[in-house]
Design a protein around this ligand. Sequence first.
Ligand SMILES: O=C(COP(=O)(O)O)[C@H](O)[C@H](O)COP(=O)(O)O
Length: 333
Amino acid sequence: MTSDPPISDSVESTAADIASMETRGAATIAGAAADAIAAQARETADETADPEAFERTMRRAGRRLYDTRPTAVSLPNALRYTLGRMEGDDVDTLRDSVVAATTAFTDRLDRAQRDLGRVGANRLRDGDTVMTHCHSTDALSCVEHAVEQGKDISAIVKETRPRNQGHITAAQLRELGVDVTLIVDSAARRYLDDADHVVVGADSIAADGGVVNKIGTSGLAVNARERGVPIMVAAQTIKLHPDTLTGHTVEIEMRDEAEVIDADAREEIGEITVENPAFDVTPPRYVDAIVTESGQFPPESIVTLMRELFGESADRPWEEPDATTTDTAGPTA
Ligand SMILES: O=C(COP(=O)(O)O)[C@H](O)[C@H](O)COP(=O)(O)O
């Protein structure tokens, strides 16, 4: 018996880049995964004429990507869209179906971001100041469209420890011509008095409207509510987590302590525990609007859109057909 074709270099390097956060941010991760799946389909079709071997290899590639980071549902949703459309009785047809699905998926990704940007921009007025957390391409799309509408927008950008994704946000806002004030995370409450909106992205949105995003989002949202500053979550619909429709929770990624403290400082302090959760959950009552490519929603009604898009439950086309369902439950929300 001959062995199945290997996982492609493209999938291996994409998976490594996602795990190391070289490729990061939910939408970017989804696009990279779709591109890697397309590369895998092309290479596998060159290496086997056996349709079953092709399908097994594609599922294996899907699992390799799936296992990288657990929180952003855009990754499994990208696999759902692309591998879920794999069909055909021969390898060429199977390959073409997957490649066509990946192209359609990445087109939708770009279009969705533009469309939600227009919706989010309508919430911003000329002269407004937004406060941001982390780096979200969906959130930035709202600011970009507001600027295109001729609005003068300023930004207070939280640096977002431990990885300082706020620096990326600051640089991209400057490219848009937005005035930027960079602050440390702990200064957020003080500067909320100068903000008209908090604008953040999402890695996953649960059926109850809970928003999973970079650690620190929930504290920011609670403070913003106390200060009367509206909180807008910019999230295209690939951020909707269909497993939460059936009671599953969203796993919160715990990352290496080396991101928080270097070895020398740790040694100097003595025996301590260091925790580094990458994300947290903002309860729906602290969110004013979830802005998607299908319009804006109060968080409590997002479940309707989720059912429309995913039905009552989500399939897992990266698993072998006879595999028992893997529970996605983990420490969460
Ligand atoms: O929390 C993060 C990124 O976390 P990390 O840096 O750990 O990946 C972003 O706010 C969301 O992914 C949304 O981003 P986008 O709007 O670009 O999908």
